[in-house]
Write a protein that binds this ligand. Sequence first.
Ligand code: GAR
Length: 201
Amino acid sequence: MNIAVLASGSGTNFQAIIDRVKDGYIPAKIAILVSDNKEAYAIKRAEEAGIETFVLSPKKFKTREEYDSQIVKKLKEKDIDLVVLAGFMRLISPYFVKAYKDKILNIHPALLPSFKGTHGVKDALKYGVKVTGPTCHFVEEELDNGAIILQETVSVSSDDTEETLHNKIHKKEYEIYPKAIKLFVEGKIKVEGRKIKIKDK
Ligand code: GAR
């Protein structure tokens, strides 16, 4: 199975996935790393791991569909079976979602459906929750709304800053994201509307 990872930033989740493919936990190939940001550290991680990169700036595209059609074209060329969003900070278009229906995963740093959007950690901290944590879910047209595959919790302490809290969440992300990808690759995830059934569980 061929995986494409899409990342905009530092790519620590991408690194966790690279490591779990390398050690055989995820039986698949990362065929390409796609980024919308030429400065993303994720690109260096791909180069170090010998993974092909495709960097496309959204600036010269008028619509999200036009931009996404270039990415989908590349993914089709590479025979991609699974698209993994790992800190890809762009909303993908309905065109992209349709092209890879039930084959796009995302990791979000809050317990969905709470704290959707690009500031999941900050918003949860500001709200004063005592428990938060990452959510791995399928991607649908509506932002952070797809069926939930796995979630994990972390406790929020009174002296947590956005940084310390995000560090705790990141650690859990590095566990649940490779796990969800492995389940997908092994055909163990069954989607029934909003409900996800995991075989062997
Ligand atoms: C992760 O914590 C991920 O949950 C979050 O961006 C971070 C990327 O970190 N994604 C979102 O907020 C999406 N709405 P990384 O680049 O080190 O993997």
